[in-house]
Ligand binder design. Structure first.
Ligand SMILES: N[C@@H](CCC(=O)N[C@@H](CS)C(=O)NCC(=O)O)C(=O)O
Length: 227
C-alpha cells in the first residue's frame, strides 16, 4: 500500500497548486493506487512527520517495505522509473530528462517562487514595490530562456511526454498563477499540452475535493499543544 501526505486545507487560491499534485499525477500515470494521510499544522510539526519530511512539508510517499520518501521531484522520478512510465529507455534521453527535472525544480521554480513570495506573501505594498523589480526581471529572463530552449518542439526531450514535462508544466503553474505566461505563448501552449492528461486532471480534482471539504479551523494553526 502506498500512502502520500497532503494538507487538509489551504486558501482557495492555492487549491490545485499544492505540490502533492505532482505525486498524485505520476501515481495516476503509473496506475498505482494510493491512500492519502491528511495533515494539519500540528501534524506537520510532529516528530512522526519530521521523520518522513525533515522540513515538515508535503508531499511524502510511504510504501510497505521501503524507506519513506520526500521531495516531489525525487518521488516523481522514482515512481516513473519503477513503473517504467514517462521515462525514455534510451540512456542519453534519460539523462536529458533528469537534467530537465532538475532545471524545472532548481533553475525555474526558484526564480518563480521569488516572485510568488512578493505577490502572495508580502503584505506591505511599499515592500512589494521595492522587492518586485529585484526578482521579476530574473524570472522573466528564465521563462524567455526556457521558451527559446523548447523552440518548436512539443516536449522537452524526444517525441513523447516525459516526467521532465510533468515537472516543468507543474512548475509553470506558478507562472500561470502570477499571470506571467501571457508573454510567452510558446510556453503557454506547451503547458496546456502537458496538462491535457486524464492523470493530471484527476490529481487536481482529488486534491481540490479534499481542500473543499475542510476549512482553516481544520488546520489547527493556533494549536497550543494542550489538546
Ligand atoms: N521542495 C519541496 C517543497 C515542498 C513544499 O514547499 N511543500 C509545501 C506545499 S506546496 C508545504 O508543505 N508547505 C507547508 C510548509 O512549508 O510548512 C518538494 O518539492 O517536495
Amino acid at each position: 500500500m502506498i500512502t502520500i501526505t497532503a494538507l487538509k486545507w489551504v486558501p482557495p487560491s492555492a487549491a490545485g497548486q499544492v505540490r502533492d499534485h505532482r505525486v498524485r499525477w505520476i501515481l495516476n500515470e503509473a496506475g498505482w493506487c494510493y491512500e492519502v494521510r491528511l495533515l494539519d499544522a500540528v501534524d506537520q510539526k510532529s516528530a512522526a512527520h519530521r521523520a518522513r519530511q525533515p522540513f515538515g512539508q508535503v508531499p511524502t510517499l510511504e510504501e510497505d517495505g521501503r524507506s519513506p520518501m520526500f521531495e516531489s521531484g525525487a518521488i516523481v522520478w522514482t515512481v516513473a522509473e519503477r513503473a517504467s512510465v514517462l521515462i525514455p529507455t534510451d540512456p542519453a534521453q534519460r539523462t536529458q530528462v533528469l537534467e530537465w527535472c532538475f532545471a524545472a525544480l532548481n533553475t525555474i521554480e526558484g526564480a518563480l517562487m521569488n516572485v510568488a513570495e512578493v505577490e502572495f506573501f508580502l503584505l506591505d505594498e511599499a515592500a512589494k514595490a521595492v522587492r518586485r523589480p529585484q526578482v521579476l526581471p530574473f524570472a522573466e529572463q528564465r521563462l524567455a530562456e526556457l521558451q527559446t530552449a523548447l523552440g518548436d518542439r512539443d516536449w522537452l526531450v524526444g517525441d513523447e511526454f516525459t516526467v521532465a514535462d510533468l515537472m516543468m508544466s507543474s512548475v509553470l503553474k506558478i507562472a500561470l498563477s502570477l499571470d506571467l505566461l501571457e508573454t510567452y505563448p510558446v510556453l503557454k501552449a506547451y503547458q496546456e499540452r502537458c496538462l491535457d492528461r486524464p492523470a493530471y486532471r484527476k490529481a487536481i480534482c482529488d486534491q481540490c475535493a479534499i481542500i473543499a471539504a475542510h476549512g482553516p479551523a481544520d488546520m489547527r494553526y493556533e494549536d497550543t499543544g494542550s489538546a
